[in-house]
Design a protein around this ligand. Structure first.
Ligand code: ADP
Length: 361
């Protein structure tokens, strides 16, 4: 039953007229007609008074508040909550109370989300400007030194020009990575899936990184156990980027003497498990779940001061690519022992591989 002005007025009027009639009946000589008339008059007067007061002073205002709240929010789950609460169904004030509470908690959640986004944007801007500043300042420094006279010395000229070019190459890489991350985050990049041999792709990447690896003295091995092709359904270009980033990291953060990196493929039921394992310094446990965040670097100062220069975007791109394939990437690491990154890709069925190996899915 819903509490409304008419029902409340009726109850009050009935009670008051009953009490009045009961008192009158105590007076000796009061006829039953007089009692009936008194009861009827007190009932109608009380009913009218109560009805008008409740309707225009209280219930109308409550109805208006309800309407305003309903306009502000249209939350079906909340209506369900009220429907289940019998006290809230009967009492309109309780209903308003619940609506205001739910409205306030929703607004609080929205404010928290906005605050988080704002903090995230601020941090992102600070990180981007910091990362951009480093190569720009370096290139600027070399060029101004040349302009201030060093250009006349042929040896210094070449050295500084090479250094400036290297800084600008770094800047170019950083901007490209930033674009990739932001496009991936807004979902602007779709995966162009095809069937390809990921083992052969790993060899292609290895060819490109051969120089870097031998410079660092790292030995890279691709699954020796099974030399058969490993067919997967994925975006070949993007998976190339994933393997490149993982291998570059394995070389960069790998052991400086007797560095060893192994890429292996495991045949699972519907997918292929790909892992890149190194015997480097490893990642501390407390940072393991943060390495995929953009701009995260385990040791910023170490990365900046040595050849291990990075932007902290590589693994974030890797994660986005793997997730865009509907899959996931995991990392395990032990300090002083090494790190292994593992991801999964859809396996290409034999019939499909035979029919067409470069068909777009
Ligand atoms: P970066 O450009 O700094 O290499 P990444 O996103 O690729 O950025 O990696 C984030 C951080 O994770 C790196 O700065 C490094 O500290 C750590 N890291 C990544 N791969 C490895 C690895 N194989 N061994 C040890 N540390 C690693």
């Amino acid at each position: 039953m819903d509490v409304n002005s008419r029902a409340t007025a009726f109850l009050l009027a009935a009670t008051i007229s009953l009490v009045t009639t009961a008192f009158l009946s105590l007076i000796e000589g009061t006829s039953s007609v007089a009692l009936l008339v008194a009861g009827a008059i007190s009932f109608s007067c009380t009913f009218l008074l109560c009805y008008l007061t409740l309707e225009f002073l209280i219930f109308k205002e409550i109805k208006d508040i309800h309407e305003v709240l309903n306009e502000l929010k249209n939350d079906e789950s909340f209506e369900d909550e009220i429907a289940q609460d019998s006290r809230a169904q009967i009492n309109p004030l309780k209903r308003i109370n619940q609506k205001i509470k739910s409205f306030a908690s929703n607004k609080q959640a929205e404010i928290e989300a906005l605050k988080r986004t704002n903090r995230f944007r601020r941090e992102f801007l600070a990180d981007v400007s910091h990362e951009l500043k480093t190569p720009i300042f370096a290139a600027q420094g070399f060029i101004y030194t040349l302009l201030e006279g060093a250009v006349d010395d042929k040896r210094i000229r070449m050295k500084f020009l090479k250094k400036a070019a290297k800084s600008l190459d770094g800047l170019d890489r950083l901007v490209k990575d930033l674009l990739t991350v932001s496009q991936m985050e807004i979902g602007a990049i779709t995966m162009q899936k095809e069937i390809f041999d990921i083992r052969a792709l790993a060899f292609e990447v290895l060819d490109q990184l051969e120089r870097k690896a031998s410079k660092q003295g790292t030995n890279i091995v691709i699954d020796e156990e099974n030399k058969n092709p490993v067919f997967v359904i994925a975006d070949k270009m993007r998976i190339n980027q994933v393997i490149t980033n993982l291998l570059e990291n394995a070389i960069k953060y790998g052991r400086e003497i007797e560095g060893f990196v192994q890429i292996s493929f495991r045949n699972k039921e519907d997918f292929i498990e790909v892992s890149v394992r190194d015997n480097g310094a490893g990642i501390p446990q407390e940072h393991l779940n943060r390495v995929f965040e953009r701009f995260f670097m385990v040791d910023k100062s170490r990365n900046k001061n040595t050849s291990k220069k990075g932007s902290g975007l590589g693994l974030s791109i890797v994660k986005h690519i793997i997730e865009a394939h509907g899959s996931e990437i995991q990392v395990e690491s032990k300090l002083g022992i090494g790190t292994v990154f593992t991801f999964y890709l859809e396996k290409a069925l034999k019939e499909k591989v035979k029919k067409e190996s470069v068909e777009e899915i």
